[in-house]
Write a protein that binds this ligand. Structure first.
Ligand code: CKP
Ligand code: MG
Length: 311
């Protein structure tokens, strides 16, 4: 396996109309979850990737498993439990194209994940570990699992990609910042959005954010700037990479597309600027399609986008 990632995936019900959810009668059923989005993105680009989670022993758990496996991701380390259900969440479409999510994931099956659920030899043979700041917000045992996985990855010389993915609806502890900074300090590549970078460092500009986060020991920091593209900085280089033009349909999942594109660039041993450009391109393609994973491109589509033949 080139990449291993893990986290909570949920069944997503998207309201069919742009109305407050109490007035919506029909919903579309899809699947979502930051880490499985990244895994599917990488599989679609032709990489070998494993994703694991703890799923409820229920129809939604089976649906998630089928959906992720059906895209070519290795799900052999997933665990089913009857101790808790698979989580669901709802997406409300609001006026002006904005979206709002409502989680029903408290005490879910995935929140029961713990360090012993990690197949250590499975992780140790990979090249890259991808993790997000969603997992440590799920429960104390999930926080312990992510720390354990990052330590093990470090000992085995994997490169670690960390997306802070701060979900305020999930965090209810006073040491949120400290926890995320501690995880970031174990990472080789940190991929914050501007707001996340500001929360973590107190800096408001991409350069200031990157400089502060680099002090934690990362090889590079890439600050995602949406329509403005991305800013990258390592110990030896820095620069900005513009975004690709796209008509925005659904921004959720863009960050995960970005991570998949970036990791693909790392696996192809691209220069940092090129990997960031690849990341921007995948993110842009995802934004133009409804759903978190439906827009994730094949290698061919990505090449077309990067050569300017599609937008
Ligand atoms: O940062 P992104 O918009 O790329 O993340 C979207 C995902 O895992 C989405 O799939 C959702 O299920 C989640 O983030 C989450 O837990 O919020
Ligand atoms: Mg994100």
């Amino acid at each position: 396996m080139e990449v291993v990632t893990f986290g909570e995936s949920m069944v997503l019900f998207s309201g069919d109309q742009s109305l407050p959810l109490e007035y919506v009668h029909q919903f579309h059923k899809q699947m979502a979850g930051a880490e499985s989005n990244v895994a599917i993105g990488l599989a679609k680009l032709g990489h070998s990737v494993g994703w694991f989670s703890k799923l409820g022993q229920d129809a939604f758990g089976r649906y998630i498993m089928q959906s992720v496996r059906g895209q070519g991701v290795d799900t052999s380390r997933c665990i089913f439990t009857d101790a808790a259900p698979t989580a669901v969440f709802f997406k409300e479409r609001q006026s002006g194209g904005r979206t709002q999510v409502y989680y029903y994931r408290n005490q879910s099956a995935a929140s029961l994940m713990k360090p012993e659920d990690l197949d250590e030899s499975y992780l140790a043979q990979a090249k890259i570990l991808h993790v997000t700041g969603i997992t440590p917000a799920l429960s104390q045992s999930c926080l312990e699992l992510i720390g354990h996985a990052m330590d093990l990855a470090k000992r085995n010389h994997l490169r670690i990609v960390f997306d802070p993915n701060i979900r305020w609806k999930l965090w209810n502890r006073p040491d949120t910042k400290q926890i995320l900074l501690e995880l970031a300090s174990k990472a080789d590549y940190i991929l914050p959005g501007l707001d996340e970078g500001e929360f973590l460092t107190g800096q408001t500009e991409p350069e200031g954010i990157a400089e502060e986060l680099l002090k934690l020991g990362a090889k590079a920091v890439i600050v995602k700037l949406g329509k403005e593209g991305a800013y990258y900085q390592s110990l030896t280089e820095k620069g900005s990479v513009p975004s690709y033009p796209v008509q925005e349909i659904d921004p959720v999942g863009a960050g995960d597309g970005f991570a998949a594109g970036f990791i693909s660039g790392l696996l192809r041993q691209e220069e940092l600027a090129m990997a960031v450009s690849r990341a921007n391109a995948v993110g842009a393609i995802v934004v133009g399609v409804n759903g978190d994973t439906e827009g994730l491109p094949s290698d061919e589509e990505l090449t077309l986008m990067m050569s300017g033949q599609v937008n």
